[in-house]
Write a protein that binds this ligand. Structure first.
Ligand code: FES
Length: 102
């Protein structure tokens, strides 16, 4: 996959020194990225959808945060349940999941 149709960045509060310390990490953002990976695999979308973890986006109090490209939509307050809705609405249907948009 050179250029995925969708690229999802999930804040896991990674710091440049390798330490995961921050709001999103404390709010179980690792479970959020794991759920994205699981859903992509189960839906057989690994050829067109890529997910990566990132450091802080600077809006920690709205976390856990994910940003979905190419639209550049920011989602906040994420949970594994929210991931399922974002996968259904945004990734599979091309509609922004307004409930979680920030
Ligand atoms: S730690 Fe995730 S946005 Fe700041």
């Amino acid at each position: 996959m050179v250029s995925p149709k969708y690229h999802i960045f999930v804040c896991t509060s990674c710091r440049t020194n390798g330490v995961q310390k921050g709001f999103c990490y404390q709010k179980d953002s690792v479970k959020v990225i794991e759920k994205f990976m699981e859903e992509i695999e189960e839906r057989d979308l690994s050829g067109e959808c890529m997910v990566n973890n990132t450091g802080c986006f600077g809006i920690c109090s709205r976390g856990p945060i994910a940003v979905v490209y190419p639209e550049g939509v920011w989602y906040g307050g994420l949970t594994p349940e929210a991931v399922v809705e974002i996968m259904d609405q945004h990734i599979e249907s091309g509609e922004i999941a307004e409930k979680y948009r920030i």
